[in-house]
Design a protein around this ligand. Structure first.
Ligand code: AMP
Length: 174
């Protein structure tokens, strides 16, 4: 099974992808984590991440697709984030989950997290990019009829419970 999890930074994507990966025994492929490892070797990538901008499509597509090709069952978290990345996928997802969270909740969560790239200016930048670049990805998959929206505003456990229900329902489909 191949699942994609979409949502803005701070939507709880990583946590919920982890939950899904354990529940369905899928490999969790986390773009942000992979790129943070790259940033340790590559100063330019680190600079872009510190500014809250996206790593250029060409680079990300190469890095992430190189990892995806090793797995048949996975949950992909943080990729694709642009239309170009979406069109680069060499597989058809069974399901695309979209975690929708209000901006005020995102800002609150990210300011509590304190990761190296979490500061107010950077958070605003990432949200703007999300609206401009990632919302078209949501529309792209919605058009393909594989997208399910999940309300990501409640507490983590509540969101996980709702995701579990969606997954059970999905698997019961003929
Ligand atoms: P995340 O952990 O998903 O919030 O990602 C952290 C940072 O990694 C982002 O702010 C981007 O700089 C970079 N990044 C993660 N995923 C992608 C992607 N699919 N395309 C471009 N840059 C990305």
């Amino acid at each position: 099974m191949k699942i994609i999890l979409l949502g803005p930074t701070g939507s709880g994507k990583g946590t919920q992808a982890d939950f899904i990966s354990k529940l369905l025994r899928l490999k969790h492929i986390e773009a942000g984590e992979i790129l943070r490892k790259e940033a340790k070797k590559n100063k330019l990538i680190k600079k872009i991440m510190e500014r809250g901008k996206l790593i250029p499509d060409k680079q990300v597509i190469k890095i992430i697709n190189n990892i995806i090709k090793n797995y048949n069952n996975f949950i992909l978290d943080g990729f694709p984030r642009t239309l170009k990345q979406s069109k680069s996928l060499k597989f058809i997802p069974d399901l695309v989950l979209f975690l929708e969270v209000k901006k005020e909740n995102i800002v609150k969560r990210l300011l509590l997290r304190k990761r190296f790239d979490d500061n107010k200016k950077n958070i605003e930048m990432r949200y703007k990019i999300y609206l401009k670049q990632t919302i078209p990805v949501v529309k792209y998959f919605n058009h393909k009829k594989v997208l399910i929206k999940v309300n990501g505003n409640p507490q983590i456990k509540e969101v996980s419970k709702n995701i579990k229900k969606i997954l059970i329902k999905y698997r019961q489909q003929p």
